[in-house]
Design a protein around this ligand. Structure first.
Ligand code: UDP
Ligand code: MG
Length: 317
């Protein structure tokens, strides 16, 4: 068997500070894997410019013009990390035997790719990169991230603990992923559903080499809510369960009220009435909100708008 063609797939959004540094690291990794005889000379680094507002696309174009190992795709506008990544994977699917997706900020240990490729050569179709520790993260980031994985698990979404989007996928796993037509993407929840033989590779996560994170708390929360509502209907079941419990308590309350009124002890209970009313109204509005979340999702899925639009490819000019 000849060596597999590897595409490293890297979404980039406003990364002009870090790209000139990390692009060399990715290239060195490709060269090292080629000389170790593990991957083909045809292997490439594929950047997806996710509608950056800075000089990111210019840098990618320059790289592609200077060295054939670099390739770039420009999206028509900013679509977010998950959509940009899916675009890269779907484009690489027909060109490569394996893809490794990674962020462009150097936070994920590039050297873990060796073990990923080894696992592929050993017969795995999916290899998850898993952070072995979070020492470089702030206490806040660590806490929110851990709560995130726990919440996902509680809500019945199967994810790999401490795995983000650093992973190897074979072209046949990507073909299977392409059959998932949803527009609300949460790739780390979708890939386990694809199946095939998989394993994990552990690595230490570093700090960003340069530039700033594009995932503030608000975006992390949005990602968590999207992940749960895209892959699980457990929140709706929780509402049903809670509704049942409240109905049961109300039933007992009604009996109590009838008994009290018959015994002639009925006193105007303003405080208890108000509390019950406020509580139930709150629960009701929250429940409608959760259901609305799903209906909104159905709305978006039914429209089935394109998940990304490519405006340019550096190798098709
Ligand atoms: N990214 C993207 N589109 C966006 C936001 C981020 O393609 O709208 C890319 C970004 O360039 C980086 C990766 O997604 O390569 C992860 O983003 P970041 O490092 O800011 O997130 P963090 O590692 O802090 O969670
Ligand atoms: Mg990062």
């Amino acid at each position: 068997m000849s060596q597999p063609v590897l595409y490293i797939v890297i979404p980039c959004y406003n990364e002009q500070e870090v790209l000139p540094i990390t692009c060399k690291l990715f290239k060195a990794k490709i060269e090292q894997l080629v000389s170790a005889g593990k991957i083909s000379l045809e292997s490439r680094i594929l950047f997806i410019n996710d509608g950056s507002k800075d000089g990111t696309w210019g840098i990618i174009e320059g790289l592609a013009a200077s060295d054939p190992v670099y390739r770039g795709i420009c999206l028509s506008r900013n679509r977010g990390h998950q959509n940009a990544l899916l675009c890269g994977l779907m484009e690489a699917r027909s060109l490569a035997d394996i893809t490794i997706s990674i962020d462009c900020d150097g936070q994920d240990d590039i050297d873990a790719m060796d073990a990923m490729v080894d696992a592929y050569l050993d017969g795995c179709d999916v290899v998850y990169g898993v952070r072995s520790s979070r020492e470089t993260d702030t206490g806040f980031k660590r806490f929110t991230a851990q709560s995130f994985y726990r919440l996902m698990e509680r809500m019945g979404v199967e994810t790999v603990y401490n795995h983000a989007d650093y992973r190897l996928m074979s072209s046949r796993a990507l073909d299977a992923l392409s059959e998932f037509r949803e527009v609300n993407l949460f790739l780390r929840g979708m890939v386990p559903l694809v199946g095939f033989k998989s394993t994990s590779v552990y690595y230490e996560r570093h700090e960003r080499i340069a530039g700033e994170s594009h995932y503030p708390l608000s975006k992390m929360l949005a990602l968590a809510i999207n992940g749960i509502t895209s892959l699980s209907v457990k929140p709706i079941r929780l509402i049903t369960g809670f509704g049942l419990a409240v109905s049961l308590v109300s039933f007992i309350g009604v009996i109590w009220a009838v008994v009290v009124s018959f015994t002639g002890n009925a006193v105007a209970g303003w405080a208890s009435m108000t509390s019950i009313l406020c509580f139930l109204l709150g629960v009701l509005l929250l429940s409608v909100g959760v259901i609305g979340e799903y209906i909104g999702k159905i709305y978006l899925e039914v429209k089935a708008r394109p998940r990304y639009i490519v405006s340019e490819k550096t190798w098709e000019r």
